[in-house]
Design a protein around this ligand. Structure first.
Ligand code: SF4
Ligand code: SF4
Length: 70
């Protein structure tokens, strides 16, 4: 099953990944990291992730550290 892993402590809360995902599977999360920002959160209840890595390529902080294509 395709999915991504976001590195909590690298995410700066720019949310560029949210616009980039063609399936709109990333949202602003409730939790706050050590930088004081609300983390981008992967939310894919229907297993729609394509494993395309567009989110990871767009992230300026290399915070989407893993992309699995299943
Ligand atoms: S693009 Fe990267 S730094 Fe920006 S919100 Fe998404 S994961 Fe966080
Ligand atoms: S890998 Fe593609 S489909 Fe999956 S969350 Fe990232 S941009 Fe969206």
């Amino acid at each position: 099953m395709s999915h991504i892993v976001i590195d909590k402590n690298r995410c700066k809360g720019c949310y560029l990944c949210i616009d980039e995902c063609p399936k709109k599977l990333i949202k602003i999360g409730e939790s706050v990291n050590n930088l004081g920002v609300h983390l981008a959160e992967f939310d894919d209840p229907n297993n729609e992730c394509l494993g395309c890595a567009m989110c990871a390529v767009r992230c300026p902080d290399l915070a989407i550290k893993e992309v699995y294509r299943g």
